[in-house]
Ligand binder design. Structure first.
Ligand code: 16G
Length: 216
């Protein structure tokens, strides 16, 4: 398929359908793709000895805990409860498989931009944590790049295992490895202390927003 056609088509399992034909609630069959969203080697290339955060024990991206694996998101994670974890962060609305896949494929078609990362409990085939690095290309500062850490959440049942800290530190080192000049995040006031403990500073340039919609 020509690159120019890719924005008009959506891959659902092994099939390609016109984007215009994609409707909420459409059903598809078959196993979902396990191709990673981004190059898994990137996580291995991170030098975790540079982590600023202090961890109890020898936890790391290659060793998040017993039966736990940290890796890039893949489409098949939809059936492993990826959306259920995100629902513990904020409202996610109704996200049928096809809608998820369309968004996943859009992200995958933007190389070097979306680094959605998950932790799976392989004993249960369940996604139990996620966090994302988004890379933004700029003209300023010599055509530099910046990153944002987004949508970081750990399943309630897996709290207290340092996984939030591990995910955050991994995404921060991933940002550094990608060569960004700064990394930022937004969070609720009650989470500021968590990120300050990890050396993030509340920026004097206030984060501002305008909400167009209150989605459920
Ligand atoms: C948190 C998230 C942010 C997410 C927002 C959703 C982190 C570090 N921050 O602030 O990425 O976009 O929640 O809130 O994970 P909203 O649904 O009210 O926009």
């Amino acid at each position: 398929m020509e690159a120019s056609d890719k924005s008009k088509w959506v891959q659902i399992g092994n099939r390609w359908i016109p984007r215009t034909a994609l409707k909420d609630g459409m059903s598809t069959n078959g196993p979902l793709d396990e191709t990673p969203l981004y190059r898994p080697g990137l996580l291995k290339e991170i030098d975790f000895s540079e982590a600023q955060a202090k961890f109890k024990g020898s936890i790391s991206p290659s060793n998040p805990g017993e039966n736990l694996v940290m890796r890039p998101l893949c489409a098949a994670d939809y059936d492993k409860g990826f959306m259920e974890v995100l629902k513990q962060l904020t409202k996610c609305g109704d996200t049928p498989r096809e809608k998820f896949l369309a968004r996943y494929n859009q992200m995958k078609s933007c190389p070097n931009t979306y680094f959605v990362t998950v932790i799976e409990d392989i004993s249960k085939s369940k996604i139990i944590a996620t966090g994302t690095v988004v890379l933004e290309q700029k003209f300023i500062r010599g055509c530099a790049e910046r990153s944002r850490i987004e949508d970081l959440v750990v399943d309630d049942e897996y709290r207290g295992l340092q996984l939030g800290k591990l995910m955050f530190q991994t995404l921060l080192l991933l940002s550094q490895h990608l060569g960004v000049y700064k990394c930022s995040l937004e969070c609720l006031p009650e989470n500021i202390a968590f990120y300050e403990n990890l050396d993030f500073k509340v920026d004097p340039q206030s984060f501002m927003q305008y909400r167009f919609k209150e989605l459920s």
